[in-house]
Design a protein around this ligand. Structure first.
Ligand code: PSU
Ligand code: MN
Length: 305
């Protein structure tokens, strides 16, 4: 059986000509933001990638078809599908087999980006080690994926809904380079600071691209995690966001939220508790990541030419 990957004409042309392409995930659209801001943001982020000299490839599974690059009507359809599945590594094959529609997490987007020949991917936050994971064992498949799939993922750090220190420990154990762009401290999504030093730091997109190529030359599998701090004017400082996160976590515990529902539940509650401010920050940081990813992709394409 051959797997069919439906690549949009825009993305297919860019790949055929070795022009830079940036993969974008879709769980942020279906499970990370409310409609219509999810659609507006997805379209805006695609435009940011174009304005920064690369081609955007939003990735999802629609009616069992792998789609790399969503045309405007497909993007709108997905953004308006509130019951779209959340597909990670474990779910992909079954969803495709059953002809289902689902958004891809960081892990699943990496897998499909790799399949399409795309080496750079922009998102907001990655999954990680949840607080209390010593009891729940809730550790996102995103971390393992970074260890085995050769894609550079640009995020804004990890949310403090996670146990950030343990997330960094697991990434170190898995041999995943965690590179913060332009500062010494690892950022915490809405906040530029996390209180934790970044394992690695690079200040040039070119060096980030070269590091990925050097990893491959060394015969090391896997990708890199790039942490790009949220722009200062859009940040919610740690001291402000921490009590809100604590409240959302307490509610999740009280309501027995588990498994794949944990992250979407927390994001929604934090949105409500900040009266939408967390969403404005989220949009600003995703756009910022898309722009950096486009420059990294351009450096990679230049190197490969
Ligand atoms: N963290 C965020 N925003 C998100 C997600 C995580 O700050 O939108 C989404 C991403 O798609 C990520 C997924 O890959 O949730 C992780 O889910 P889980 O923890 O269930 O693996
Ligand atoms: Mn989980």
């Amino acid at each position: 059986m051959t797997l069919q990957v439906h690549t949009s004409p825009e993305v297919a042309a860019a790949l055929a000509e070795n022009r830079p392409v940036v993969a974008l995930e879709s769980t942020i659209i279906t499970h990370g933001m409310p409609y219509p801001q999810n659609l507006e943001t997805a379209a805006q982020v695609e435009q940011d990638v174009r304005d920064s000299g690369a081609t955007p490839a939003t990735i999802a599974v629609m009616k069992g078809r792998i789609r790399v690059g969503l045309e405007p009507d497909k993007l709108e359809l997905l953004a308006r599908t509130p019951d779209a599945l959340k597909l990670s590594r474990a779910d992909l094959a079954v969803a495709i087999t059953r002809g289902e529609t689902g958004a891809t997490t960081v892990a699943a987007t990496m897998i499909l980006a790799r399949l399409a020949g795309i080496g750079v991917f922009a998102t907001g936050g990655i999954g990680g080690v949840h607080r209390g994971a010593e009891l729940t064992f809730d550790i996102s498949a995103d971390l393992q994926e970074l260890a085995q799939t050769a894609v550079t993922v640009v995020c804004a750090g990890a949310k403090a809904i996670l146990d950030i220190a343990r997330t960094l420990e697991v990434l170190e154990t898995l041999g995943v380079p965690v590179i913060t762009y332009g500062q010494d401290e690892f950022p915490a999504f809405w906040a530029r600071q996390s209180g934790l030093p970044s394992p690695l730091r690079l200040d040039q997109a070119r060096d980030i691209a070269m590091a990925q190529r050097t990893r491959q030359s060394l015969g090391l599998p896997g990708g890199q995690l790039v942490a790009n701090p949220v722009p200062t004017e859009a940040e919610i400082p740690l001291a402000e966001i921490t009590p809100i996160i604590e409240q959302a976590l307490a509610e999740a515990g009280r309501d027995g939220i588990g498994q794949k529902s944990v992250t979407p539940f927390l994001l929604k509650r934090i949105f409500e508790l900040t009266k939408g401010r967390s969403l404005a920050t989220n949009i600003a940081l995703v756009r910022n990541n898309a722009r950096l990813a486009a420059v990294i992709a351009s450096e990679l394409a230049r190197h490969d030419r």
